[in-house]
Write a protein of this length. Structure first.
Length: 184
């Protein structure tokens, strides 16, 4: 850690993403914006780092390997409710957006997000009432994706329990969840 990255001078930020290349690129960009960035690629390391560095900010990916970033958002908020957390994901859904905010995130961004978008989200305190509602209803495939996410959330991420509730084979559910969400 160089002098320019000391916590006294720069705000401490924890970045958690299992995509190591994306994590490295975003870390570099955030350092250029004067954040002292520490990165983790799994929940256990992230939680230990959070205890050690006491971050003012955190950017957490929704899917960290087979683990859920929602778990980490909850744990980070419990460690320090002043930590400003942004959930970042390539698998956006209404359910995970709502749950991340309920668990303590201040914003929810979809990938790919730029460092400027991440910084803006970290410092945004109010909603934007000028956002226009969509003119088109969700497609049937998107509605299915949203429903699967909702049921999975209701079963605390347990795929087997969610599959039973959906009367669906576990592997079928896993396959559907592994796909990127359908555009609205």
């Amino acid at each position: 850690m160089s002098n320019e990255d000391t916590p006294n001078e720069n705000p401490v930020l924890l970045l958690v993403d299992d995509d190591e290349i994306y994590c490295e690129v975003l870390s570099d960009a955030l350092r250029k914006r004067n954040y002292a960035v520490s990165s983790a690629h799994n929940l256990a390391t992230a939680l230990q780092l959070a205890r050690d560095i006491e971050p003012e900010y955190a950017v957490v990916d929704l899917r960290i390997g087979a683990e859920s970033g929602l778990q980490l958002v909850k744990q980070l908020a419990e460690l320090d409710d002043n930590t400003r957390i942004v959930m970042l994901t390539g698998f956006a859904s209404v359910t995970t957006a709502v749950e991340s905010i309920k668990l303590g995130a201040v914003h929810y961004l979809t990938k790919p997000a730029t460092a400027d978008e991440v910084v803006a989200a970290l410092h945004r305190d109010e909603g934007d009432a000028s956002v226009e509602p969509s003119e088109q209803p969700l497609s049937v495939k998107r509605l299915e994706w949203e429903h699967l996410q909702k049921v999975l959330s209701e079963h605390k991420g347990n795929i087997s329990a969610a599959a039973r509730a959906l009367n669906m084979h576990r592997r079928t559910l896993q396959r559907k969840l592994a796909k990127r969400p359908v555009k609205e």
